[in-house]
Design a protein around this ligand. Structure first.
Ligand SMILES: [Zn+2]
Ligand SMILES: [Zn+2]
Ligand SMILES: [Zn+2]
Length: 475
C-alpha cells in the first residue's frame, strides 16, 4: 500500500475561533471519497495555523467533527483487483506518463516524436509444449498440428499434438500439453529472476550500442542516453514477459535528439544483441539443487516495433500501424493488472495447508506448488522469496518501472492534480484563518495525524464502494 500523505493548508471562511469545518481537509486531492476507495485509511488529528508574528493559534480542522471522528484517506493501491478507484487514477497517470515520452507534453517537447524509439516485447523461452493461439495475418492456425496425420507422442506416452484453432478466451490456452514434460521449476525461477535479466539488459544495451556505432562506452555516454518505461504482463502460461518503450535521447535533462547516426534500426539491432547476451545463473547463495546448472535467458527473439512520428508498426497480434495512444493504453492496462486467473490466490500463502485449498487450473496450481517447494516452505534454508511470491507464480517485481527522464514522474502528476483541485476550490487564492492571502512566511501550518485503522467499518461500506467504482468505470 502506498503511504498516504496529507498536506493541507487552510482555506477561506475560517475566521479565528471559527467552528471546525468537516470538509476542510477534503480540499486536498489525496483525501478519500469513502464511497469510492475500497480500502480507505483512517486518520485522526487536526490542523492548526499559527500566526508567526503574534503567536496566535487557530485550529482550522479537527477530525473530531468528521462522521465517526476519523478522516478517510484513499489507499492509493495500484492493483485493479484490490481497489478499482485508486488503480483507475494510477492507470490514468501511467497512460499520461507513457504518452508524454512518445508525443511530448508534461514538460517534454513535441520534438521527442523524432527520436529513435521502439516498442519491444521480451518473452520467456519455452519450458515445454503448451496450448497456444497461433495467428498468421487474420487466420488462426491449429495449435500443434499432427505431422503426416500422426499424433506427436512425448516421452511420457502422451499425445502432445492439438489440432484446435484456439479462440482468444479458450481456457486451455497456456496449459501444458504434458505436465511431466513441462519444466515448472525453470518457469518459476524465470519469473523470480526476470527482473535480474532486465537489469542486466539495461547494463548491456549501451555496450552493444557503442560497439555497433564504433565508439567506446565513454564516447557513447557523451552522445546518447537510453530512456525506457517497461511493464510486466503474465502470459497465459503464467510466465512474465515485458513490454518496453525504449528511446534514445541526447544526454542531459532537456530531451534533445541524439546525433543522426543513432537510428531506430541501430537501436533495434542493439536491443536484439543485448537481450541475447543476457543470462542469469543463480549464485551459490541461491543455488537450487533441483535444477543444477540452471541458466536463465530471455526467449530467442525480441519483438521490436519502430515508433516514428506517433505511429507504431503494430502491436503483437495485429499487423496494422497504430497510433502511439494504443501503446500508452496497453502499458497503462498492464501497470494495474496482476495475475487474474480464476482461483489464483490474491494474497500470500501462509502454510502448506493453503496449497490444499487452491481452486485454480492444474497448470497454475503446479506453478504455485513448485514455487512453494523450491522456496523450502517456511522452514527450509532455500530462497524464501519463492514462498513469498508463490501466489504470483514466483514474480515479485514491480509491474511498471521506468528510467530517469523517460518523461514526467508519478509524483509530479499527483502534485499537479492536487494543485489543480486546490485552484478550482480557491479561484482567488487560498486564505489563512485571519482572512489574508496564505503566506508560509507569515503563518505556520501544523498538521498532526495519527493512524487509526483501515478499511470500511462494515462490509456494507465496502460493497457500496465497489458498486460505485463499477458505476464510475461504466461512465
Ligand atoms: Zn483505494
Ligand atoms: Zn491446443
Ligand atoms: Zn511428457
Amino acid at each position: 500500500m502506498t503511504a498516504a500523505t496529507v498536506t493541507t493548508a487552510p482555506g477561506p471562511d475560517q475566521g479565528p475561533g471559527a467552528p471546525s469545518r468537516p470538509d476542510f481537509a477534503r480540499w486536498e486531492g489525496q483525501l478519500a471519497d469513502p464511497g469510492v476507495c475500497v480500502h480507505p485509511v483512517w486518520l485522526t488529528g487536526c490542523i492548526d495555523a499559527i500566526d508567526l508574528a503574534t503567536g496566535e493559534l487557530a485550529r482550522v480542522y479537527d477530525t473530531a467533527a468528521e462522521p465517526g471522528g476519523v478522516l478517510h484517506v484513499v489507499c492509493g493501491n495500484r492493483r485493479e483487483s484490490v481497489c478499482p478507484a485508486c488503480s483507475a487514477v494510477y492507470k490514468r497517470d501511467a497512460r499520461q506518463l507513457v504518452r508524454a515520452g512518445l508525443l511530448g507534453g508534461k514538460g517534454v517537447p513535441e520534438s521527442v516524436t523524432a527520436h529513435p524509439c521502439v516498442f519491444a516485447t521480451f518473452t520467456a523461452p519455452s519450458f515445454g509444449p503448451v496450448h497456444s493461439r497461433r495467428v498468421r495475418g487474420r487466420a488462426v492456425l491449429p495449435c500443434r498440428p499432427r505431422r503426416d496425420h500422426k499424433v506427436r507422442v512425448c516421452p511420457h506416452g502422451r499425445d502432445i499434438s492439438c489440432p484446435v484453432r484456439h479462440g482468444q478466451d479458450d481456457p486451455r490456452l497456456g496449459r501444458a500439453l504434458c505436465p511431466d514434460c513441462y519444466d515448472y521449476q525453470a518457469a518459476v525461477l524465470f519469473n523470480l529472476h526476470v527482473g535480474d535479466l532486465w537489469r542486466r539488459f539495461t547494463t548491456y544495451l549501451p555496450r552493444h550500442l557503442a560497439r555497433l556505432a564504433g565508439l567506446t562506452q565513454r564516447q557513447l555516454r557523451s552522445l546518447v542516453a537510453v530512456r525506457f518505461v517497461k511493464v510486466a504482463e503474465y502470459q497465459a502460461r503464467g510466465v512474465v514477459h515485458f513490454h518496453a518503450v525504449i528511446r534514445l535521447d541526447a544526454p542531459g535533462a532537456d530531451y534533445q535528439r541524439p546525433p543522426a547516426r543513432f537510428t531506430a534500426a541501430l537501436l533495434t539491432d542493439a536491443i536484439g544483441q543485448a537481450a541475447a547476451a543476457v543470462a542469469w545463473a543463480p549464485g551459490p547463495a541461491e543455488d537450487y539443487p533441483a535444477c543444477p546448472g540452471l541458466v536463465l535467458r530471455f526467449g530467442a527473439q525480441v519483438d521490436c516495433r519502430i515508433i516514428r512520428d506517433g505511429l507504431v508498426d503494430g502491436l503483437p497480434g495485429t499487423g496494422d500501424k497504430l497510433n502511439v495512444g494504443a501503446v500508452g493504453n496497453y502499458i497503462a492496462k498492464y501497470a494495474t493488472k496482476t495475475l487474474t486467473a480464476p482461483g489464483v490466490p490474491d494474497r500470500r500463502l501462509r502454510s502448506a495447508a493453503d496449497l490444499m485449498g487452491l481452486r485454480c487450473s492444474r497448470h497454475y496450481r503446479q506453478m504455485i506448488e513448485t514455487a512453494w517447494k523450491l522456496g523450502g516452505g517456511r522452514t527450509g534454508p532455500a530462497d524464501t522469496r519463492l514462498c513469498k511470491w508463490a501466489h504470483m507464480l514466483g514474480y515479485g517485481g514491480h509491474f511498471l518501472t521506468k528510467s530517469r527522464r523517460y518523461s514526467t514522474t508519478f509524483g509530479i502528476l499527483r502534485r499537479a492534480r492536487a494543485e489543480h483541485r486546490k485552484a478550482q476550490r480557491h479561484p482567488d487564492g487560498e486564505r489563512d484563518p485571519w482572512g489574508r492571502p496564505l503566506d508560509d512566511a507569515v503563518v505556520l501550518i501544523l498538521k498532526t495525524w495519527t493512524y487509526a485503522g483501515t478499511d470500511h467499518t462494515t462490509t456494507h461500506g465496502a460493497e457500496l464502494a465497489l458498486a460505485s467504482a463499477d458505476m464510475a468505470r461504466g461512465r
